[in-house]
Design a protein around this ligand. Structure first.
Ligand SMILES: [Zn+2]
Ligand SMILES: [Zn+2]
Ligand SMILES: [Zn+2]
Length: 325
């Protein structure tokens, strides 16, 4: 039986007691067409005209978080714990086992963006979930050992610590200046032009000022917008598909392993921070973080938690911008 336990020193929640019960048959890829019976049934599929799936989403075979788990907040002395209520889903992005994201065409990329959008919208309807995380890891240095292109969707009754930190700092900036922190970043970066990888009608792609990893790249809407899933119009979504694909082509030139993380607003209908603070949509600004992993970043990410970056974000932006695609 696994459960969430709150670390009273750091304030974050840890899942304790997770065990895998199902294992994958050796030598087969459970995500390849024809092997669908090796995974739980689809929650949602995007199909072609003949009815074959192009993108499919299903619950993880060994879910860390479960929809049927009780929230069950309780104490053990002064410690806090709760059930691992949530959703733990996988999205298979393509029928092809060997394609990487940069090899997708616009239609394939648009289908993935649609699936991300649908899953976030659907899971945010559950008032018990505070946050819906969408991310992908590619390559062994990013901790992914299934090559077949796939993403993860997690819905949890608590905010992930990284997002919590980001929100706290964005909130403090807003309380002090009455402006959104990321809006301020966008206008200064556009003015300075030192760390820009690309700029479109709707999006700024940049290497952040204090990049944690060499060649770290963020994709940010230029106009304030709290939620990834709330596309203003088709033109904005089309622009995103184009810029996301182009950015991944650049990133895959410099990194064979990477993580892609969607940072969208917390679930506004849920309890907790979002409900206590109706201004969350004024200070939270969605963005995509792309974190390339290489041997150096693995080596320099030490226990002291200080990231050490060899290529400056200014150098990285120039190199990425001039990559021939
Ligand atoms: Zn496969
Ligand atoms: Zn903003
Ligand atoms: Zn973020």
């Amino acid at each position: 039986m696994n459960e969430f336990r709150r670390d009273p020193f750091l304030g974050n929640w840890v899942v304790v007691g997770f065990r895998k019960t199902k294992s994958i048959a050796a030598g087969t890829c459970p995500f390849c067409p024809g092997n669908e019976d090796q995974t739980p049934p689809s929650i949602r599929e995007i199909r072609d005209r003949d009815g074959s799936w192009l993108v499919r989403c299903f619950s993880a075979a060994n879910p860390v978080f479960q929809i049927e788990a009780a929230e069950d907040k309780r104490a053990e002395g002064f410690y806090d714990k709760m059930g691992t209520l949530g959703a733990d889903e996988l999205i298979v992005e393509s029928r092809s086992h060997t394609k990487t994201i940069s090899a997708f065409d616009r239609d394939e990329m648009a289908r993935i963006v649609d699936m991300y959008t649908e899953r976030i919208v659907d899971l945010k309807k559950d008032r018990r979930f505070k946050y819906v995380q969408v991310f992908k890891h590619h390559g062994e240095l990013a901790g992914s050992f299934i090559f077949h292109p796939h993403s993860h969707v997690l819905a949890t009754p608590i905010l992930p610590q990284q997002l919590m930190l980001e929100m706290t700092n964005s909130r403090n900036h807003y309380l002090l200046k009455e402006r959104c922190l990321l809006c301020d970043v966008v206008s200064q970066e556009e003015r300075q032009g030192k760390r820009i990888v690309s700029l479109t009608d709707h999006f700024l792609v940049l290497c952040p000022f204090a990049s944690r990893l060499a060649f770290e790249v963020w994709i940010i809407p230029r106009k304030h917008n709290p939620a990834f899933e709330s596309w203003a119009d088709e033109a904005m979504k089309e622009d995103f598909v184009r810029v996301f694909l182009e950015t991944m082509k650049r990133v895959e030139k410099v990194a064979s392993s990477y993580s892609v993380v969607v940072h969208t607003s917390p679930n506004a209908v849920s309890q907790g921070l979002a409900e206590e603070d109706p201004r969350v949509n004024d200070y939270f600004h969605w963005h995509i973080e792309i974190l390339p992993r290489d041997v150096n970043s693995a080596r320099f990410k030490r226990d002291d938690q200080f990231y050490t970056v060899l290529t400056t974000p200014e150098e990285a932006a120039v190199l990425l911008k001039t990559e021939k695609l």
